[in-house]
Design a protein. Structure first.
Length: 270
């Protein structure tokens, strides 16, 4: 992996996490976002801008699940996998620290106002600015770990499937290369609208683990993790990776052969 690709994955993941987790922080601390639509669109715009910024430096995967899917589908050499994953994680960690530095005084004020002691179970209410949770004390959603794993797997499956569909030449209905990042961003936003009430819609192991690690180091400790049963790993790391693998196989062995066979313009009269 050359330095250009390393920079692209690090910088792109940094931008994605900075804008996305930053919007969650603003919503939690200041109440500036009043619904899932606004936060979902903030994530979508962050993804779109990150891809536009870096897609000619690297392949702008910005997500370990996407990278694994590309390796599985033989779109990328497996020897590049460690470099891509490392760069993505580093970018996410730097973004997590940046968010913490920007909002640290506001976080402390919020904790003081609401009687939250950092590191306790109640501090999950602020830790969710960094890593995702499928079960928050006092929350209305009832989500078991198996359901959370399924939701993250399915959401990431959809994301990686659409990335293939929006960028592969065999799909004659895809948008132009100039517009593909817009539609990928809209895909992320749409998936967030669907599954965020269940799991906060991680869809990206680097996006989850990097900032979560920052929260753990900055005083949240065990509260930075969803439960004592390894839920963060099963739900937010393994689930998305499995979703990316399933999407790659589904596209390569089911969708792509049909697209290549029927690679012609749509004609509704036939």
């Amino acid at each position: 992996m050359n330095s250009k690709e390393l920079l692209g994955e690090l910088l792109g993941t940094f931008i994605l996490v900075l804008f996305g987790c930053g919007s969650v922080a603003v919503a939690v601390l200041f109440g500036e976002y009043t619904g899932i639509f606004q936060i979902g669109m903030a994530w979508g715009v962050g993804v779109m801008l990150a891809i536009y910024l870096t897609r000619y430096l690297s392949c702008a995967h910005l997500n370990p699940a996407v990278t694994v899917g590309m390796v599985i589908s033989k779109r990328m050499s497996a020897r590049k996998l460690p470099g891509y994953l490392g760069a993505q994680l580093i970018g996410a960690i730097i973004a997590g620290f940046t968010i913490y530095l920007l909002f640290s005084p506001s976080i402390a004020a919020y904790e003081s106002t609401h009687g939250i002691v950092r590191g306790t179970t109640d501090s999950m209410l602020t830790a969710k600015m960094f890593g995702e949770y499928y079960a928050i004390p006092g929350g209305t959603a009832v989500v078991s770990m198996p359901l959370a794993i399924a939701a993250e797997t399915f959401g990431t499956f959809l994301l990686v499937l659409f990335i293939f569909a929006l960028t592969e030449g065999c799909n004659v209905g895809r948008p132009s290369d100039a517009l593909a990042p817009v539609f990928i961003g809209l895909t992320v936003a749409s998936i967030i609208f669907l599954i965020a009430p269940l799991t906060q819609a991680g869809l990206n192991p680097a996006r989850d683990f990097g900032p979560r690690l920052v929260a753990w180091m900055m005083g949240w400790g065990s509260a930075a993790f969803p439960d004592s049963n390894g839920g963060f790993f099963w739900v937010y790391i393994l689930g998305p990776v499995i979703g990316g693998v399933f999407a790659a196989y589904f596209f390569v062995y089911v969708v792509e052969p049909v697209m290549k066979k029927e690679s012609r313009s749509c004609d509704c009269d036939k």
